[in-house]
Design a protein around this ligand. Structure first.
Ligand code: AMX
Length: 474
């Protein structure tokens, strides 16, 4: 009975979504696929709404554990207090996207080659589809999404002017966040909310805005790269025959490098989502819970990503590795690396790229990037890539002996920036922008789900030391 009702609801929602007018920007675009991403999401919304209804009906009063003072004082570590659909992070096995590990995704998601492009890595637009719908898209569906992103990827003239007005000396992440916020000028969600759309309709313009923003991120990021560093073509013309990252790579001047383009695809696919509690994802979700549109919400997420304990770490790692090369040797021995790591720790600094708030094993994203590097002869010979591997062999032992960090293993940032550098991207302060192009793939789909599931404004209770003492002494 339940499944008949669900099917009827699913058909009705799908028909409603199909009846929606195609945005003007897409007129004339031919889709090879029979299903668009909007249709695919519309199909799963009623199912997920029903799951949430059942969860509330059966378990609203079930406990997920107690809140201790140490949780309150410890950055809420380990508290299960957020709903996040796209991915779940296990301390030992790492991230899974709707139950699929990174190696599963590498096997199952359509690749550049499937779309007739040079390259073997999975496509980030296929990851976006998986994160939003929980399903692996077909090659045709992925191609349709690539074309949709290309059709919506051109920046409006006012956004170009905003970006061009930033001083070159402004950090690229500040520029990125401000430019993304400015794009809310055209938000379908903000316009619909103003007109009084119903709560049940919120998810649709949220999805429309999210796709529009994801489509434009390469052009925003490439314009910043060109303005600040004078690299790339500066025109940001989008080629509709290319995949999303094929276009990004072209715009930033790496269109002829199959290795860099494919690395960017892998990097951007696997950095997309890391469950909900990390700063960038959580900030996007928190701001979005006030019904700020996807542009404003993701702008906030980017500002969180810009912190050195979060996304900025990939920039820090490269500086760290180069300092080691300068002060010790270009190819230091393991003994020299050990001594260097101890000198860093004794001076009270952290080893960037190592440790994690949740993970307790080497990050599978690090493993995936190392796998990529090991398969590319041009990277194998790069001294900085060799150093990443050597540090990996030494640092866990040193950090374990040091005894502070709960996780002595590498996180994704231990490798990511060094490969970008080896391909010629030497502008460290731009690295987190590349991460920012990626993180939208997970943070924005969750906003769609927050609205499809009617999640409320986030408002945890805070306590002062005095209020805590008074409460605890009762
Ligand atoms: N080197 C030295 N000390 C470290 C360390 C490292 N890589 N990682 C953690 N520690 C120390 C902490 O500073 C802390 O010391 P304290 O008690 O004196 O404050 C102690 O170990 C316990 O920390 P923890 O519980 O193991 O980690 P955390 O959850 O508080 O922090 C993280 C996690 C990632 C911020 C931390 O490991 C760190 O600073 N790593 C280096 C920066 C980095 O690589 N960040 C990128 C993370 C991934 C990402 O978001 N992109």
């Amino acid at each position: 009975m339940m499944s008949i009702q669900r099917n009827a609801l699913r058909t009705a929602v799908r028909a409603a979504a199909q009846a929606q007018q195609q945005p003007a920007a897409l007129a004339g675009v031919r889709y090879a696929s029979t299903k668009s991403l909007v249709d695919a999401v519309a199909e799963v919304v009623p199912e997920k709404q029903e799951q949430l209804k059942q969860l509330k009906a059966k378990h609203a009063d079930s406990s997920l554990g107690e809140v201790k003072v140490s949780n309150l004082l410890g950055g809420m570590r380990g508290l299960k207090i957020m709903l996040w659909e796209g991915s779940v992070l296990d301390a030992d096995t790492g991230i899974t996207f709707h139950g699929k590990s990174i190696p599963d995704c590498e096997k199952e998601l359509p690749t550049a080659k499937d779309l007739g492009q040079e390259g073997k890595e999975m496509l980030p637009e296929a990851m976006l589809w998986l994160l939003l719908t929980g399903k692996v898209p077909s090659v045709e569906e992925t191609k349709g999404l690539s074309q949709e992103l290309a059709a919506k990827g051109t920046l409006p003239a006012y956004a170009e002017k905003v970006i061009d007005s930033f001083p070159k000396s402004m950090h690229p992440m500040t520029q990125f966040s401000a430019a993304v916020a400015a794009l809310n000028h055209d938000s379908a969600f903000a316009a619909g909310y103003k007109k009084g759309m119903k709560k049940t309709e919120y998810w649709q313009p949220t999805l429309e805005d999210s796709i529009s923003l994801i489509a434009k991120l390469p052009a925003v990021a490439a314009r910043i790269y060109y303005n600040v560093f004078g690299r790339g073509d500066g025109k940001q013309a989008i080629d509709s025959s290319k995949d999303w990252i094929g276009n990004y790579s072209q715009m930033i001047g790496y269109g002829n490098s199959v290795g860099m383009t494919d690395y960017l695809r892998l990097y951007i696919a696997i950095h997309g989502d890391h469950e909900g509690g990390n700063v960038s994802a959580h900030a996007t979700h928190l701001v979005g819970s006030a019904l700020s549109d996807p542009f404003l919400s993701y702008s906030a997420g980017l500002l969180g990503l810009a912190g050195p304990l979060h996304g900025l770490a990939n920039q820090e790692v490269l500086g760290f590795m180069q300092d080691m090369q300068k002060s010790v040797s270009e190819n230091p021995s393991k003994e020299q690396i050990t001594d260097y790591l101890w000198s860093v720790l004794k001076s009270g600094r952290v080893v960037p790229g190592y440790g994690h708030a949740v993970l307790r094993q080497p990050d599978p994203r690090f493993t995936a990037l190392q796998r990529f590097a090991s398969q590319r002869p041009e990277l194998q010979s790069a001294s900085i890539v060799q150093l990443v591997q050597k540090v990996f062999e030494v640092a866990p032992g040193v950090l374990t002996e040091h005894g502070k960090t709960k996780n002595p293993f590498p996180n994704v940032d231990a490798a990511s920036g060094c490969v970008l550098y080896s391909y010629g991207m030497s502008e460290f302060s731009y690295y987190t922008v590349v991460f920012g192009v990626s993180r939208a793939l997970g943070a924005l789909p969750q906003l769609v789900w927050d609205r499809a599931l009617g999640m409320p404004i986030e408002r945890p209770k805070s306590m002062s030391i005095q209020a805590l003492n008074a409460f605890l002494s009762k």
